[in-house]
Write a protein that binds this ligand. Sequence first.
Ligand code: HEC
Ligand code: HEC
Length: 371
Amino acid sequence: MKIFLISILMMLVCSLYTANSVAQRVYEKQQPPRKLSDEQTIRAASNYKKYCILCHGENRQGHVNDHAPSLRSKSLFESGVPHSILRPISYGRDGTAMGGYLDEVGGPMTLDEVWDLTYWLFWQSGAERKKLTESAVIGDIVRGEVVYQQNCASCHGKNGEGVNAPALGNQSALAHNKDEFIRYAIEHGRQDTPMVAFSGMLSEQDIDNVTAFIRSKASGWTLTKPVLREIPSPDEYVINPQNSSPNFMLTEDKFVSSKQLYAALKAKNKMVLLDTRVTSVWQRAHIEGAIPFPYYKDLEDKVTALPKDVQIVAYCSCPRAAAVHVIEKLAKLGYTKTAVLYEGIFGWMNMGYPVTRAENVAVESSDEAAH
Ligand code: HEC
Ligand code: HEC
């Protein structure tokens, strides 16, 4: 009888344990953020269209260029509003194609516009905000690494560098995102993307372990922003105006290699270099002599100072999407001496070619007054 009771008890404990190990954590609901006025809605939608569709897609579906994530998956907006959305839009993610859009770091939007865009994305997603804790997720980092290498590295990279998925080891992402936000993404996945929900596939404990492992890769918490430099004036557009033009061998009639561009810069050839990324990333680092010429600018007012007889080279970090977009717009206006840097600026940097960098200062938290 006694043995029978013990085994019943054991079975109960076991079934409780397994039920618990696959169950999802329960989160409280959080108040939704403020509603936007009609005017704010219109402005946010038009900012999205102007600045974001190039990579995140017309319908916020993501994965149009590079591996820009979906901006409509419910799990992102349940767990990420406001700061995991607001901060990447404001400051970008260093070393990825996601630049900062806040005017303070050299981007085109005011803080109010960035807040409105954050909330606009939330309302578009139809999500309900969940309450996440600020506390750390505690787990076994050594075990977490094993889980990571087995289940995550194929997409997120052996070292969290991002292969065809976001870079989980990215310092600006780790500085922006709370542990629970990371954990929530792993547990729930991101709807309609390759990121599946791991609840049910991994135990609760292993989800904690892998979260703790990812978190252990954050070596810094301080966000920085560059000291802004002057935007070059039209008389500075052409570099080495007295010298001869480069003689590029283009592939597919449009691409120039980093090697050829570097040789031309060293030979002091006459050229115009266009940095087609959002201007804030030009502020952080650019190829010397490049002028900011962001993909979203109306060309008409910009091009008057751009000569048609000088070799133009455009580059971006996507690695080519924004630059190709700009060159195609220029072609319609009659520019034919154009080329796109094949490897993009990250390829250029990875090959060891030089860039001009900004001085950085720490971002103060008061920069984000509550909205
Ligand atoms: C099949 C490829 C694939 C696998 C395997 C995978 N992921 Fe992902 N993951 C993605 C993609 C793609 C995204 C971006 C989804 C989107 O568009 O929002 C993502 C998003 C995420 C995010 C959210 C990042 C952010 O900034 O919002 C986290 C965290 C994450 N993955 C962690 C993991 C972990 C941990 C594992 C292993 C347990 C894993 N992923 C396995 C492809 C994958
Ligand atoms: C040139 C391509 C590009 C453009 C343009 C761009 N993004 Fe991104 N964005 C990315 C990439 C790539 C990532 C993922 C970076 C990483 O962490 O690996 C990203 C990440 C994000 C994230 C973080 C999402 C998450 O799952 O963690 C948000 C939010 C975001 N972008 C919003 C925007 C908004 C809003 C705009 C327009 C103002 C914009 N982006 C413009 C490429 C772009």
